[in-house]
Design a binder for this molecule. Structure first.
Ligand code: DHB
Ligand code: MG
Length: 218
């Protein structure tokens, strides 16, 4: 089927471009053993986040939604020595697994893991962040975008994960809170004169999905 082929191609790309990485493999195993949902980004998406950190020479990264810290580790490893990822996780169990994964990755010095709901923690953060990855509960995406804009500066990149919703993102009458959240988020991005954005559909080991990426205008 198509989705098997998508996964095969992802595995081929991963084998060449991000070959076996014991730290990341260990984090994924730990997440699975602890019963976390397999909502991590794919390896190639993690590598894309890492490359964006490098391309923009980001020093301060904010992640909303740590889960087990898989994407956090990708981004933290891409930072220069003085860089830091601040990552927020609402679920204490997920955060505990993330803390262990970050410790195993020896990245504790580059990752500031905050446990609590994003809307509690975001007001305590100081701006500016250079790259902001929004990957938590989708109904609150509009509120997360408001905070991202407060914490951004010209040139900041804002990325939102999981904007396709199995294709339901086009359903303007949807009652699904995830679809409603993503649609409101996309509308806010499109209408904000400070932002320029694109959205890219993706296929691969995680099936059919996609992300929105915006930059705060200079
Ligand atoms: C879902 C959330 C995610 O962050 C993800 O990467 C995949 C799925 C979800 O809530 O369905
Ligand atoms: Mg996600």
């Amino acid at each position: 089927s198509d989705s098997d082929q998508w996964a095969d191609v992802d595995a081929y790309f991963r084998g060449m471009l991000a070959p076996t990485d014991s730290v990341l493999a260990q984090a994924l195993s730990a997440n699975e053993a602890a019963g976390l949902p397999a909502h991590d980004v794919s390896a190639m998406q993690g590598k894309m986040l890492a490359l964006l950190v490098k391309m923009t020479k980001a020093r301060r990264v904010l992640e909303i939604g740590t889960l087990g810290g898989y994407s956090t580790i990708w981004m933290a490893r891409a930072l220069s020595e003085d860089g830091q990822v601040t990552t927020i996780e609402a679920n204490p169990h997920h955060a505990e697994i993330a803390r262990l994964n970050i410790e195993q990755a020896a990245l504790g010095h580059r990752i500031d893991l905050r446990v609590g709901t994003a809307l509690e923690i975001l007001p305590s953060l100081t701006r500016p962040f250079d790259l902001i990855f929004i990957d938590a509960d989708k109904p609150d995406n509009p509120a997360y975008l408001d905070w991202a804009m407060k914490l951004a500066q010209p040139g900041t990149i804002i990325i939102g994960d999981n904007v396709v919703r199995g294709g339901a993102v086009v359903d303007e009458g949807s009652s699904d809170p995830n679809v409603k959240g993503v649609r409101a988020f996309l509308k806010m991005i499109s209408e904000d004169p400070r932002l320029e954005a694109t959205a890219i559909q993706t296929v691969g080991e995680k099936g059919w999905d996609g992300f929105v990426m915006a930059v705060v205008k200079e």
